[in-house]
Ligand binder design. Structure first.
Ligand code: SF4
Length: 246
């Protein structure tokens, strides 16, 4: 039991967490009581043993790890044929805020991390400069985990095949608020087919989690004037989460 837990810790630290940019989770001092070694978790060790009880973030990390272990070899839909790698998601397994986009582009496919291209930089700016948060404190994922050819919109059967991964991510993380980016995320996560202009800025719900739809950062690159609308939407999210404007 103890060796199993230690093996899981090593797996989390050396594999999944590092690849997803999550390895900081077990080393963040603010997540651990004073005097405990980094990585020891939030709960005290059992008397007489040096193996800590799994912390909440480790439990969430484990759940994500299990999904990632399956997803990285996934061939459930045709998008596996053109991918360099699966882009599972990145961020804090205990994030209060989750962003959901459409699917990986070329940069994401190359790096294995969501939202790292030009649109990704814009999303990062929204999170860091707009909301005053660290990017690694939120969780970012997509409807599909493999790059659609020519960056086309995922087809319904592709989204349906991939959605269980996203649902499992949401279940593991348990965000207090989800922000969907663009029409595709609203369509496939919530089953609402409507122009994004009709729903952005209005609170929706997924499994009792408040969902704020807004424009996709790629749209903002083409239509910078829409940044004002996104800022309005983001302010509603900040108010819901009690985040003060920096
Ligand atoms: S897009 Fe999703 S369902 Fe399709 S192959 Fe990739 S991980 Fe599997």
């Amino acid at each position: 039991m103890a060796s199993d837990l230690r093996r899981e810790q090593l797996l989390l630290r050396a594999g999944f967490l590092k690849e997803q940019g999550l390895d900081y989770v077990l080393d963040r001092p603010e997540l651990h009581p004073p005097g405990k070694a980094a990585g020891a978790g939030k709960h005290p060790s059992k008397p007489g043993g040096d193996v800590p009880e799994p912390s909440a973030e480790m439990a969430a990390g484990r759940a994500l790890l299990a999904q990632w272990e399956t997803a990285k070899e996934c061939r459930r839909c045709r998008l596996c044929e053109g991918r360099k790698q699966v882009v599972f998601g990145a961020g804090d397994p205990e994030a209060r805020l989750m962003f959901i986009g459409e699917g990986p582009g070329a940069d994401e496919d190359a790096q294995g991390v969501p939202f790292v291209g030009r649109a990704g930089q814009l999303l990062t700016d929204i999170i860091t400069k707009g909301m005053g948060l660290e990017r690694k404190s939120v969780y970012i994922a997509n409807i599909v985990k493999c790059r659609p050819p020519d960056n086309r919109v995922p087809l319904p059967d592709e989204a349906a095949a991939c959605l269980p991964y996203l649902k499992a991510q949401i279940a593991a993380i348990g965000p207090e608020v989800i922000v969907t980016l663009g029409k595709t995320a609203v369509l496939y996560l919530l089953g609402i087919e409507t122009p994004i202009t009709k729903v952005r800025g209005k609170w929706l719900s997924y499994e009792a989690i408040p969902v704020m739809p807004t424009f996709h950062p790629s749209y903002l690159l083409r239509n910078p004037a829409a940044k004002r609308d996104v800022w309005e939407d983001v302010q509603k999210v900040m108010a819901k989460l009690g985040i003060q404007r920096p």
